[in-house]
Design a protein around this ligand. Structure first.
Ligand SMILES: Nc1ncnc2c1ncn2[C@@H]1O[C@H](COP(=O)(O)OP(=O)(O)OP(=O)(O)O)[C@@H](O)[C@H]1O
Length: 355
C-alpha cells in the first residue's frame, strides 16, 4: 500500500502543539518529512528549552504514523530551531558573569583526540589508548563526542542506554576498565539525528558535566574529524589539558592535521603531539612490512611545527578485526605485537605526567 505525504500530515494534524494549542503541522513544527517506501522520517523543530515537554508529542507522533497500514518504520527526531539573535548590547548595564572553560568535577586531565580528516584511525586510537592506560592502572574515561559517526559503542562492545537514576545525571557505561559514554548511546541505533548548533552544544555539555564520571586520572574525548563546532565548544566550555592529533602519513591528511593543530593553538590548548597511524603495513600472512601511505610524513610535519611525534602505529588487519569485534587489540591481546605501540604511547604519556 503506498503512503502519501498528505496521509502522514493528516495523521500528524491530530496532535496538538503544547505551546500554541494549534495542531503540530499548522504550528510549523513538522519539517523534513520524507517517505521512503514503508519508512517515514520527519523532524520536529522546537525551542531547545522545550525539549522535555515535546517528548510525549514526539513519541505519540511516531505511534500514530506507525499505526497507519503500509508504514513499517517511523523516525521522528526533535531538533532545536535557532532563536533569532538579539543585536549585541554595546553598553551592558552590568558585567556579564564569566563563562570561561571549567574543570570537570573529579577529572584530573581532559585530553582531546582529534584529526583533521575522517577515517584516519582516531577512534581506534582513542579506544586502544584508553584500554592501554587502564592496563597501566590509570583511572580512564572515554567520551565519544563524534556526533557524525559515533563508533565507540561498537569498538568497546557497549550496547544499551545509559541510566539516569534521578533524571538529572547520567550513569556512564564501563568496558575493559574504561568508563565510557557516547553520543551514540543517547539516540536510537540507525536514527539519524540532525544536530543543530545549540542542540549539539547542549548534548556535549550534558555529556561532560552531567555524566557521573567519578574520580578519573584522565578523560579522553574522541572528537569528530575537522575543526568544527564540537572542538570549539569543548575548548570553550571545559578546561582542556591537551590535544593529540592523529594523522596518516599522506600529504592530504597532513594538510588537514595542520589545520587542527592551528585551531588548538588558537584555542590555547597545549598540543601533546601527533600520532602517525597506518605508518607501515605489516602483512598478516608473511610479516612483510611496506609503507603504503609513504613514511615519515608525520615525523617531518612534527619537526616543522615543533610538536612531539608521540607514536607510529602500524596498519595491521588484527587491529581492525579486534575493533570490529568490540574488543580493542590492547584488550584482546595486550602482550601482542600489535598492541605494543598503543601501550608504549600510554606509558610515554604517563611518564610525562600527561595521563
Ligand atoms: N592501525 C590500524 N590498522 C588497521 N586498521 C585500522 C588501523 N587504524 C584504524 N583502522 C581501521 O580503519 C577504519 C577507520 O578507523 P577509525 O574509525 O578509527 O577512524 P576515525 O578517524 O575515527 O574515523 P571517523 O572520524 O570518520 O569516525 C576502521 O575500520 C578501523 O578499524
Amino acid at each position: 500500500m503506498s503512503i502519501t505525504r498528505e496521509d502522514i500530515l493528516a495523521d500528524l494534524r491530530t496532535l496538538k502543539d503544547p505551546a500554541t494549542g494549534q495542531d503540530i503541522v499548522s504550528a510549523g513544527i513538522v519539517r523534513a518529512l520524507t517517505i521512503d517506501g514503508a519508512a517515514v522520517r520527519f523532524v520536529m523543530e522546537i525551542a531547545p528549552e522545550a525539549a522535555r515537554s515535546y517528548e510525549p508529542v514526539r513519541s505519540e507522533a511516531e505511534a500514530i504514523v506507525g499505526a497507519r497500514p503500509g508504514v513499517e518504520t517511523v523516525s521522528a527526531v526533535l531538533t532545536a530551531h535557532q532563536k533569532p539573535q538579539a543585536p549585541p548590547d554595546l553598553k551592558p548595564a552590568r558585567r556579564a558573569a564569566p563563562s570561561g572553560p571549567e574543570p570537570i568535577p573529579g577529572v584530573d586531565r581532559l585530553v582531546a583526540i582529534a584529526s583533521g580528516k575522517g577515517g584516519v584511525g582516531k577512534s581506534t586510537l582513542s579506544s586502544n589508548l584508553a584500554c592501554a592506560l587502564a592496563a597501566e592502572g590509570r583511572r580512564v574515561g572515554l567520551l565519544d563526542a563524534d556526533v557524525y559517526g559515533p563508533s565507540q559503542p561498537r569498538m568497546l562492545g557497549v550496547t544499551g542506554r545509559p541510566a539516569s537514576p534521578d533524571g538529572k545525571t547520567i550513569l556512564p557505561m564501563r568496558s575493559f576498565d574504561v568508563t565510557m559514554m557516547s553520543i551514540g548511546l543517547m539516540v536510537n541505533e540507525g536514527q539519524a539525528v540532525i544536530w543543530r548548533g545549540p542542540m549539539l552544544m547542549g548534548a556535549l555539555q550534558q555529556m561532560l558535566m552531567q555524566v557521573r564520571w567519578g574520580e578519573l586520572d584522565i578523560l579522553l574525548v574522541d572528537l569528530p574529524p575537522g575543526t568544527g563546532d564540537v572542538s570549539m565548544t569543548l575548548a570553550q566550555k571545559a578546561r582542556l589539558d591537551g590535544a593529540i592529533i592523529v594523522s596518516t602519513p599522506q600529504d592530504v591528511a597532513l594538510l588537514d592535521a595542520r589545520k587542527s593543530i592551528d585551531m588548538f593553538k588558537q584555542l590555547k590548548t597545549p598540543i601533546y603531539g601527533m600520532v602517525e597511524n597506518m605508518s607501515t603495513h605489516i602483512c598478516s600472512n608473511c610479516g612483510h612490512e611496506e609503507h603504503v601511505f609513504g613514511h615519515g610524513g608525520v615525523a617531518r610535519e612534527c619537526e616543522t611545527l615543533g610538536v612531539p611525534l608521540l607514536a607510529e602505529i602500524p596498519l595491521h588487519l588484527d587491529i581492525r578485526t579486534a575493533s570490529d569485534a568490540g574488543r580493542p587489540i590492547v584488550a584482546a591481546d595486550p602482550e601482542g605485537a600489535q598492541a605494543r605501540s598503543y601501550r608504549d604511547l600510554s606509558r610515554r604519556l604517563i611518564e610525562a605526567g600527561q595521563a
